[in-house]
Write a protein that binds this ligand. Structure first.
Ligand code: GLN
Length: 249
């Protein structure tokens, strides 16, 4: 039977490699998740996942990993790959993950850096990435097929990687402004289960509170037992920031 709302007192966010993978305000995503969880009376614990440190995967409700320069990606790539079996298990179970840019690339099959170094990825998302020139930089506006209102997502991109989706991943959104995955097919990001990979920095979530709430909803209800897992809380202020970028289309 489906319940109306989920009551959860503690939300545990795993922030992977915060000291290596954190560009253009990516940490703001964790702050936005914390803020909107606190508004709903949840206590929030942020667990930093550093290289070679043990992670208690069954204690994790939501995973976040930010972007990084090629050199930083290369530093954490082996550690990330070693964690692939446990990470894959929790993601298959519906635990949500938001992976930005460099993290998105490493959640795919591989990322070939601008120097030609091939960094094997976890392969949870069916995407591959090759670095190219010029870099894609600037504001992004895209329309998502996710069941959220508004449908628009806004952010800022800065990446050399061109990402192409295989048949096992669906695009997060269709690009209206900016380059997105590869500057060719107008797709932005990729999704599978409750995992979202995207090129949108900015930070992304402070300007997209509707996406923040979707991730929080998945975190409290990974199996999808609730009709509307979270109580609504105001988002007008965040949507004003959203609209500033939206109006640059
Ligand atoms: N180094 C990667 C690229 O240039 C990722 C950059 C990022 O995370 N912003 O494509």
């Amino acid at each position: 039977m489906r319940v109306a709302c989920i009551q959860k007192s503690l939300l545990r966010i795993l922030h992977l490699y915060p000291n290596h993978m954190n560009l253009y305000g990516d940490r703001g995503n964790v702050i936005a998740l914390q803020h909107r969880a606190l508004l709903r009376g949840m206590r929030v614990e942020v667990i930093n996942g550093e290289p070679d440190q043990p992670i208690v995967w069954q204690d994790v409700d939501l995973i976040f990993m930010g972007g990084g320069e090629d050199t930083h990606q290369a530093r954490i790539a082996d550690d990330f790959l070693r964690r692939a079996p446990e990470l894959t298990r929790v993601l298959e179970d519906g635990i949500p993950m938001l992976a930005i840019c460099g993290a998105y690339q490493l959640l795919g099959h591989y990322y070939r850096t601008v120097d030609g170094q091939k960094l094997p990825g976890v392969g949870f998302l069916d995407v591959t990435t090759e670095a190219g020139r010029p870099r894609a930089t600037g504001d992004v506006v895209a329309q998502t097929s996710l069941p959220i209102t508004p449908r628009s997502l806004v952010g800022f991109e800065n990446h050399g990687g061109r990402t192409f989706l295989g048949t096992g991943a669906i695009p997060l959104a269709e690009v209206q402004l900016g380059q997105g995955n590869n500057g060719q097919d107008r797709t932005e990001g990729a999704m599978y289960k409750h995992t979202i990979g995207t090129y949108l920095h900015g930070s992304l979530l402070p300007k997209n509170p509707h996406l923040t709430d979707l991730l929080l909803g998945w975190a409290v209800d990974p199996a999808g037992n609730a009709m509307a897992p979270l109580e609504p809380v105001p988002m007008e202020l965040e949507l004003r920031a959203h609209d500033v970028i939206l109006n640059r289309r």
